[in-house]
Ligand binder design. Structure first.
Ligand code: SF4
Length: 468
């Protein structure tokens, strides 16, 4: 692309989905070890913006030791006659897409969860300053979203100076989310869909309704509406919800149709408020995972920031691997934190009466939205770190799930799923096959002398289980 002549690496959609492992990385920003990280878009008046201005507050890439991790704030300020603050969320979500167009940059997640890595290879080609990333963002935002007339970008990497704007960003995210609360799915005719994550998960489509916030937690129904209005052919689009086929599970004919169309027939039904049957697909950017714990017939919930193993012994990363990829997997369900504040949260599966465990931090964040009679009956890591401890806690507290146990057939009370996650060394294939046929979209693809590499192998013994 000639418009990127002054950038030392290539820029294009082919670099989307590029993964950069730790040993290949020059530096990283944000991620699980760094507390202060955010990306934020603000709409300003034109006189407050100097178009094309890129500012770095703190050390630049070339000043950072190889292999180091740093805080990062990305503040994108935009102006334009048609811009309104309602668009901030969707413009912000494009930062993820555009950063991933840069050869050797990996951008994961959103808002206060961002994680960027720069590869050694691109650094050696000359990508040694955040200014280049700013220039790419400037050019892409202006060419892809012409309603942005002026844009300036600030990167904050200084450990102290990032703290205040980070706090302000958290307040702005909360104000955005709060705005979407109160409106009910039944009160609107149109939902919105988003396929921005199809580069990572080709069969994923987010269905964004007033009461089911997008998985990444970055796009509300209002954001979806604003985005579809200004860019109807873009990745966020309107869905006429059609006929309500099941009010409890949240199945709509229009949603099914659109899911089918956008996933090329892979997903034909979506139950918006259930983690079983035909659950909403999960890409990879979800803020949390609701995971079924067969031993207690309830759900655990874990958010991305939780570093310890969950109550079933599996950490977020393993649960996320089992959930991601645009699939519909019974009992592994990608969610946003805001969806947990919705009265429709897992409605078809029993809602909060079915939730048995979650990290203390996330419980604090959503506690005001958990029904009062159940809030103290949900365990956190402070009360239970094993299934045995959890069972005891639930019985002592009289969690409604205990009543459910009495009605379950004997075999459903047995352990339904046992699994073990094994970390694989990067260089070792997990399987080597002389021929590997893959059938997809009417084609049969045969791989000869295939070697399969995986970061992790999950071994699961499946036994009969009770669902729903
Ligand atoms: S998680 Fe969903 S809403 Fe968010 S960017 Fe991805 S597809 Fe869009």
């Amino acid at each position: 692309m000639s418009m990127f002549e002054d950038i030392p690496v290539e820029v294009g959609v082919i670099y989307e989905g590029e993964r950069i492992r730790r040993k290949e990385m020059q530096v990283e920003f944000g991620g699980p070890n760094i507390e202060h990280k955010f990306e934020l878009v603000r709409v300003k008046s034109p006189d407050e913006i100097e178009d094309g201005k890129i500012t770095i507050i703190g050390p630049d890439i070339k000043d950072m030791p190889e292999g180091s991790s740093h805080p990062l704030g990305i503040l994108v300020e935009v102006a334009g006659a048609q811009l309104e603050s309602e668009l901030e969320g969707v413009i912000e979500r494009r930062i993820h897409e555009y950063c991933n167009f840069i050869e050797g940059i990996m951008h994961l997640n959103q808002r206060y969860d961002i994680w960027l890595r720069l590869s050694k290879k691109s650094y050696q080609k000359g990508l040694n300053s955040l200014v280049y990333i700013g220039k790419v963002l400037h050019k892409l935002f202006k060419s892809e979203l012409p309603i942005i007339e002026k844009i300036q970008i600030t990167f904050i990497t200084d450990t102290e100076r990032v703290k205040e704007p980070w706090k302000e960003a958290l307040e702005i995210y909360e104000a955005r989310d709060a705005r979407a609360r109160g409106l009910k799915d039944e009160e609107v005719d149109t939902f919105y869909g988003c396929t921005l994550c199809q580069s990572f998960a080709p069969t994923h489509v987010c269905i964004i309704t007033p009461q089911r916030y997008s998985n990444c937690g970055a796009i509300s129904w209002f954001d979806g509406r604003a985005s579809a209005r200004i860019d109807p052919k873009g990745p966020v689009f309107a869905i006429e919800k059609g006929e309500l086929l099941d009010p409890v599970k949240g199945e709509y004919s229009g949603v099914n149709e659109m899911a089918k169309q956008k996933t090329l027939g892979e997903v034909t039904r979506v139950w918006l408020y259930s983690a079983f049957g035909h659950p909403h697909t999960s890409c990879g950017c979800f803020e949390g995972v609701a995971f079924y714990i067969p031993e207690v017939d309830g759900f655990g919930v874990v958010h991305r920031g939780y570093r310890e193993p969950t109550v079933n012994g599996l950490p977020f990363s393993t649960l996320a691997d089992s959930t991601a990829g645009g699939r519909q997997i019974d009992g592994f369900h990608g969610i946003s934190i805001e969806y947990m504040r919705s009265p429709k949260f897992l409605q078809a599966d029993g809602g909060w009466n079915r939730v048995v465990w979650m990290p203390f931090e996330v419980k604090e964040r959503v506690k005001d939205f958990i029904p009062k009679e159940i809030v103290d009956k949900i365990a956190t890591e402070k009360e239970a770190n094993t299934i045995e401890e959890l069972k005891k806690f639930l019985q002592e507290k009289g969690h409604p799930i205990v009543e459910r146990w009495k009605t379950l057939p004997a075999e459903a009370k047995a352990i339904a799923v046992e699994e073990e996650a094994v970390e694989m060394p990067a260089e070792a294939p997990v399987a080597t096959l002389p021929t590997l046929p893959i059938t997809a979209g009417g084609f049969k693809i045969i791989l000869k002398d295939a070697k399969i590499y995986a970061k992790k192998v999950i071994i699961r013994i499946e036994k009969p289980e009770k669902k729903g």
